[in-house]
Design a protein. Sequence first.
Length: 115
Amino acid sequence: MAFIDNFDFEYLKNEAENLVIKELGRQLETYSEPICLCNDCVLDMAAMALNTVKPLYRVSLLGSLYTASAMDGKDGKGYASSVREAVFDAVEKVRRNPSHELHEEEEGLENTDEQ
């Protein structure tokens, strides 16, 4: 029997994923620049942000208390602030360098952005 079959890893959750996805939604709703919102670009934004924030793994609901205390932060900056910053940076990078060719209507939006 394989190691993974001996344990229930479904309870292992990275709370940073939820926080980044919620923040990404908030920022994209109010984003003022033209931006591609295709599945690939949005997932690239989320992945890029998640690769820069500290992971917050938990295995129980009690672990969510740890997440709440991490959001307060002891360094004065706070985890929430680092999530906001990571999401903003990821959105900007993907907007400027999407991982696909721009569609004709998107190219028109990008051209107005440069003028």
